[in-house]
Ligand binder design. Structure first.
Ligand code: CP
Length: 317
């Protein structure tokens, strides 16, 4: 049976805990003499990207290098996934050359089709529905700040998008209380919410969907936001700016959270839209550390998928 990371849906609390714990070790060991192990020596990780990226591309390339593997970046112009060649043909051929494939694409069904035809692990580097590497990193960053995340409260303010889905899944598997404030009609996928609610029953967490951002952030430990217009939605940008105007994370909103609250954003940010400069660059912001943590979490993911005997958990999706 093949093992992939397509979303966080099927991961157990134990799987998430194991990845976060491994990421913590990776982070601690980086820059010390004990980092010299190369568990992926001789392996190649392909990065097949149909959208732009800074964090995902660079952090996966550095993660591969530091684990002893090499990476191979494939741009949209080179492959033409599903256009120049069928998704299945690309998957069947590419997976004879490399040991894992990180894919950034549009429809989640393309990723699922690719994984179904791949001989090697496939990792979701962002689809329109999920961003699991980001969601795991977000919870890792909250845990780094507060210690145990179970029982902590998190408010997501803005668009119920791919980052919201993966954040919800990761946070609920770890027993957090998540409030999601979106404009009516822009909430997260009800299926994702229903499944996360099942996780909440097991972990003691909770989900609250609302529309008022001030109600959402009252007393919370962490505030999270993301762009109002995701990649591929550019034609809706002006309409979305008007619809989401009341959902900006600014100083007045942050003032309603706990005094030691942190602010997260996956980046890139549209400064002055979903978040102000004052907040993004202010004392509550942890966005640069959050971006750095992508590296450590993705090293844990690569190691878990490619050296399963050394890992405590097995991921399936
Ligand atoms: N957060 C994130 O995925 O950043 P990139 O789009 O730069 O990869």
């Amino acid at each position: 049976m093949l093992h992939h990371l397509l979303s966080l849906e099927t991961l157990t609390t134990g799987d998430v805990s194991s990845l976060l714990s491994q990421a913590q070790t990776m982070k601690r060991q980086r820059g010390t003499s004990s980092r010299s192990t190369a568990p992926l020596a001789g392996q190649t990780i392909a990065l097949l990207f149909e959208k732009p990226s800074l964090r995902t591309r660079v952090s996966f390339e550095v993660a591969a290098l530091e684990l002893g593997a090499q990476s191979l970046y494939l741009s949209p112009q080179e492959v033409g996934l599903g256009k120049r060649e069928s998704v299945g043909d690309v998957a069947r051929v590419l997976s004879t050359y490399v040991h894992a494939v990180v894919i950034r694409t549009f429809s989640h069904s393309i990723l699922e089709e690719f994984a179904s035809q791949s001989q090697v692990p496939v990792i979701n580097g962002l689809t329109d529905a999920h961003h699991p590497c980001q969601g795991l990193t977000d919870v890792f960053t909250i845990a780094e700040e507060f210690g145990d995340v179970a029982g902590r409260t998190l408010a997501y303010v803005g668009d119920g998008n791919n980052c919201a889905h993966s954040l919800l899944q990761a946070a609920l598997k770890m027993g957090m209380h998540v409030r999601i404030a979106t404009p009516p009609g822009y909430g997260p996928d009800p299926m994702v919410v229903a499944r996360a609610q099942r996780d909440a029953m097991l972990t003691g967490g909770s989900i609250t969907l609302l529309h008022d951002p001030f109600d959402a952030v009252r007393g919370v430990d962490a505030i999270y936001t993301d762009v109002w217009t995701s990649m591929g939605q550019e034609a809706e940008a002006e309409q979305r700016r008007a619809i989401f105007a009341a959902y900006q994370v600014n100083a007045a909103l942050v003032h309603n959270a706990a005094p030691d609250s942190i602010v997260l954003h996956p980046l890139p940010a549209h400064r002055g839209e979903e978040i102000t400069d004052e907040v993004l660059d202010g004392s509550h912001s942890r966005v640069v550390r959050e971006a750095e943590n992508r590296l450590h979490v993705q090293k844990a993911i690569l190691r878990t998928l490619l050296v399963p005997a050394e890992s405590l958990a097995v991921l399936t999706a």
